[in-house]
Design a protein around this ligand. Structure first.
Ligand code: SF4
Ligand code: SF4
Length: 424
């Protein structure tokens, strides 16, 4: 069956990539003509039977929900990326392997959270990448290829020497973790080598000291957690990194790990456990909320500012941590928290996940600019973040909508430490 889009749909979107979910009238997928279905459930049922239930990606009904929720749909001039079409091509045994599209996916899960058939779209993108790497197709973006090479040789994506990983910590005399300590702080590669992210680690260390927490770091023994590596489809390298870190954790008697990156957090909490690395893992916003609740931080004077908080995908959608970051912000005297459009589970990715942080952004694909403008429209003084990728992307984020450049981007730990300093 083929059909034109119904009259009432014209003009709704610049490019349509919807599907059969507009019931009552046949709906065309105009952007690529991959499939055209009627909206009745019998037809859908027949397709389900034909493709098999629960198959992957066979379960896809081509409803187009994924494409309509993908951040590339929102980003100015960033269109043309259609997860629905990619799944369809794979069903038709023509997986999109040579168009470099899979590398655009930020694995943010905005799509699969709402997929009516439970298709694991982010995993699907990673599988495509794994095939591309396996066949040595020349599609891996240059920046990501460089980051993978650096991680393989020196344990960090920046290509910096191992010794340099601890310079920031040694400057403020952070102890090495020893058996019996309460908490291992895993600052990760960004905190070690990126000057802006280092300031967040310093603020967090200051707060932990104020609260009397017994903690240490791995130091030179720390290697990249491997999150970007796995998302790039380089499974063997990921396993090498993961086994290295798990062995170091075990040797030192680590039981609890604190991270400042939701990406390390997700990897330790969810993925290391499948290869025998079972640890209690805390994100710093969770732990700071606990310290505030226990009254272990002295917050006195008022910051007198409005703040909006950007939910990072790997903390929010991946792990449901929405309340603790807001709880910390609301504990700061004088702070008013205002919500921007699409907060919590509907948050829009900054564009750094899935290894995209190492790829740079090509014109029209900087998702952070769009999100930065949404934050700017709240009129707040601070855009609060809790992820080094978001921090980096928003700090250099373009502002296509021309929002206020006076809005400062700060990690929640920095705002909390600022409140402590003001009160002291
Ligand atoms: S993957 Fe899910 S959301 Fe996307 S078109 Fe298929 S069924 Fe719809
Ligand atoms: S995971 Fe995010 S970036 Fe990737 S296809 Fe889904 S919505 Fe788009």
């Amino acid at each position: 069956m083929t059909a034109e889009a119904p009259q009432w749909m014209t003009g709704i979107r610049r490019r349509m990539d919807y599907g059969w979910r507009y019931r009552g009238a046949p709906t065309g997928l105009l952007s690529d003509n991959a499939i055209v279905l009627g909206g009745n459930s019998d037809e859908s049922g027949q397709l389900m039977a034909a493709w098999g239930k629960g198959g992957f990606p066979a379960a896809c009904l081509q409803c187009g929900t994924c494409t309509s929720l993908c951040p590339y749909e929102f980003a100015k001039d960033g269109g043309g990326f259609s997860p629905r079409r990619m799944v369809r091509e794979t069903q038709l045994v023509y997986p999109p392997l040579e168009r470099e599209e899979s590398w655009l996916c930020a694995t943010c899960r905005a799509c699969e959270d709402k997929c009516p058939r439970g298709v694991k779209i982010a995993d699907f993108m990673m599988a495509l990448r794994g095939v591309e790497i396996g066949f040595a197709l020349d599609t891996v973006p240059a920046g990501l290829r460089r980051a993978l090479r650096n991680i393989a040789s020196v344990g960090n994506p920046f290509g910096e020497p191992r010794e340099k990983r601890v310079e920031w910590a040694d400057r403020i005399r952070v102890k090495r973790f020893t058996r019996g300590m309460d908490l291992l702080y895993f600052p990760g590669c960004f905190a070690a080598y990126d000057a802006r992210a280092t300031r967040v680690a310093v603020a967090l260390v200051s707060l932990l000291r104020m609260a009397g927490v017994d903690f240490g770091i791995l130091g030179e023994d720390e290697s990249c957690c491997g999150e970007s590596v796995r998302k790039a489809g380089a499974e063997e390298l990921y396993l090498t990194l993961a086994r290295h870190n798990i062995a170091r954790f075990r040797e030192r008697g680590v039981t609890r790990i604190l991270t400042t990156s939701p990406h390390c957090y997700h990897t330790f909490k969810t993925e290391y456990s499948s290869i025998g690395g079972d640890f209690e893992v805390l994100h710093h916003t969770e732990y700071l909320a606990q310290l505030v609740r226990e009254g272990r931080l002295r917050l006195g004077a008022s910051l007198r500012a409005t703040v909006t908080y950007h939910d990072p995908c790997y903390l929010g959608r991946y792990h449901g941590v929405y309340n603790q970051p807001r709880e910390v912000l609301r504990s700061i005297p004088g702070i008013e928290v205002v919500e921007m459009e699409r907060s919590r589970g509907r948050s829009i990715c900054c564009g750094g996940g899935g290894g995209r942080i190492w790829q740079g952004a090509v014109r029209g694909q900087r998702l952070s600019g769009f999100r930065f403008d949404q934050a700017g429209r709240t009129g707040c003084e601070y855009l609060a973040v809790s992820c080094p990728y978001c921090l980096s992307n928003f700090d250099i984020g373009q502002s296509p909508g021309g929002s206020s450049r006076t809005m400062e981007v700060k990690d929640i730990a920095e705002l909390l430490w600022q409140a402590v300093c003001v009160s002291g």
